[in-house]
Design a protein around this ligand. Structure first.
Ligand SMILES: [Zn+2]
Length: 375
């Protein structure tokens, strides 16, 4: 597909993002148009809110974020000046401007009321115009947007749709069709589909699965997440960053987890027929920032995923893109991915007309900073 050239204002737009997972990170950047580099006017940091470690019940996460933002503004008022758009990439169930629940027992409203209404949280800090340019996505969808645009930028310029599956502490999927993350009433929650059990998993302990997904126990999140791997096979490893790459090469977990990842890949393919599938998260790309872990997962898990995917499909669905060796490919942004995703979500506001254009990406991870001006 030929790319259209669009006229874009050369004026930089300041965007402010929040990435919410086990920690809450903020990011501020000045972005210029669709292909321009993030300028060096970019900063990020972490708010003193521990989402993962909070125990029952009563931290009001919205109030905690607002309070931390007040402190940040007292210290660095310049970060809040001239912000034109806002973005949030968060774990949990997301509806438009609101976070409905976090994946912890203690962070859900059964009434469906918003746990955090980001319009309200940001109200005291930013202009009405900025609030109108607020984009809130769950992390799987926001990271899908990052990977989709990055693929178009560097490796797969014709990618028109991306299925991004995240096998991390939880499991979820984000979908880009055309240019925007798919979201209807809510962002998709693919991680809570139930898989067919691997034969070695027929006696899967439902209660153990509930440690990963308290709601379903044996959904993909319950049975194929980093949490499940740690609880099933990480015995003796108290550290929370136990990773599948720490297991011996002949361990049965490789085959079991590959089976589940392949199943979700096929479910996504049959539903969406994406141009590409991107797998991210610490199960699919190893421990964050650990090259050895990444390589071990690539060499051990990935061939199994591809083989099982082909076996499950059994030659049924076929279109040319599926023939590419890297139809299923690893996520490129593996470090600070959530804050990069928040930044990308924020870009949707000021540059809606160029969403379908490749971006230039700032990140501290596997992908280096790309400077178009130097090309
Ligand atoms: Zn579930």
């Amino acid at each position: 597909m030929k790319r259209a050239t669009l006229a874009v204002s050369p004026q930089p737009q300041r965007v402010f993002g929040l990435g919410i997972d086990e920690k809450v990170q903020w990011v501020v950047a000045d972005v210029i148009g669709p292909r321009a580099t993030m300028t060096d006017q970019m900063a990020f940091g972490t708010l003193a809110i521990d989402v993962a470690g909070s125990s029952h019940p009563a931290i009001d996460i919205g109030a905690a974020i607002a309070e931390a933002l007040y402190s940040l503004r007292d210290e660095r008022p310049e970060l809040f000046q001239g912000v034109a758009a806002l973005g949030v990439s968060t774990i949990g169930i997301v509806k438009q401007h609101a976070l409905l629940s976090l994946p912890r027992k203690n962070f859900a409203h059964s009434s469906g009321a918003a746990l955090v209404d980001f319009s309200e949280v940001f109200e005291d800090f930013f202009s009405t115009a900025a609030l109108e340019n607020l984009t809130v996505l769950n992390d799987a969808s926001a990271k899908a947007l990052v990977e989709h645009n990055l693929a178009r930028e560097v490796s797969n310029p014709d990618a028109e749709s991306t299925l991004h599956l995240m096998f991390d502490e939880g499991v979820n999927g984000g979908i880009i069709v055309g240019s925007r993350p798919l979201a209807s009433l809510l962002n998709p929650e693919m991680g809570h589909i139930r898989p067919r059990l691997h034969p070695s998993d027929y006696d899967f302990d439902f209660a153990l699965g509930q440690q990963a997904c308290p709601v379903h126990g044996d959904c993909f999140e319950g049975i194929a997440s980093g949490a499940r791997i740690r609880h099933s096979w990480g015995a003796g490893h108290a550290e929370t960053d136990f990773n599948i790459s720490d297991l011996p090469l002949r361990h049965p977990a490789w085959d079991i987890i590959a089976c589940y990842i392949a199943q979700l890949c096929l479910i996504g393919t049959l539903t969406l027929s994406p141009t590409q599938i991107i797998l991210g998260g610490t199960v699919a790309t190893g421990r964050e920032g650990d090259e050895k872990s990444y390589q071990r997962v690539q060499k051990t898990l990935w061939p199994l995923i591809r083989k099982k995917y082909a076996d499950l499909n059994n030659g049924y669905l076929f279109y040319p893109e599926m023939a590419a060796d890297d139809f299923i490919r690893p996520a490129k942004v593996t470090a600070d991915a959530n804050v990069v995703a928040a930044l990308q979500a924020a870009r949707l506001g000021p540059f809606p007309e160029v969403q379908n254009q490749p971006i230039n990406l700032w990140t501290t991870g596997r992908v280096r900073v790309i400077d178009n001006a130097k090309r």
